[in-house]
Design a protein around this ligand. Structure first.
Ligand code: HBI
Length: 99
């Protein structure tokens, strides 16, 4: 059901962005973005496969693109109309996969 999750408050967003060093804030989308470059396509796709499994388990999916060894990720919560704790949680999980 849409609208069942609240967007982050301004205070919570500032705190989350401060902790997510590898991520940038996209004000226009109220989203966070990260671009990751891997050794080659195979590494990039293996990473995307692992993120896909996390996303399914969390029922929270990235907007992303892949060009050869580069993966560009955008996280925002459609149901909240902007950044929510789900995006922060997913970003932290992604950072854990990248190391
Ligand atoms: N992924 N990023 C993102 N945002 C959502 O609101 C969302 C999702 N994946 C599944 C999902 N919502 C379901 O709860 C349905 O609302 C589609």
């Amino acid at each position: 059901m849409t609208g069942t999750i609240e967007p982050l408050s301004e205070e919570d967003r500032v705190e989350a962005l401060d902790a997510l060093d590898e991520w940038d804030y996209d004000e226009a989308r109220d989203a966070i973005t990260r671009t990751i470059t891997f050794a080659d396509f195979s590494e990039a796709f293996a990473f995307m496969t692992r993120v896909a499994l996390l996303a399914e388990k969390a029922d929270h999916h990235p907007e992303w693109s892949n060009v050869w060894n580069r993966v560009e990720i955008l996280l925002t919560t459609h149901d909240a109309g902007g950044l929510s704790h789900r995006d922060v949680d997913m970003a932290e999980a992604i950072d854990g996969l990248v190391g």
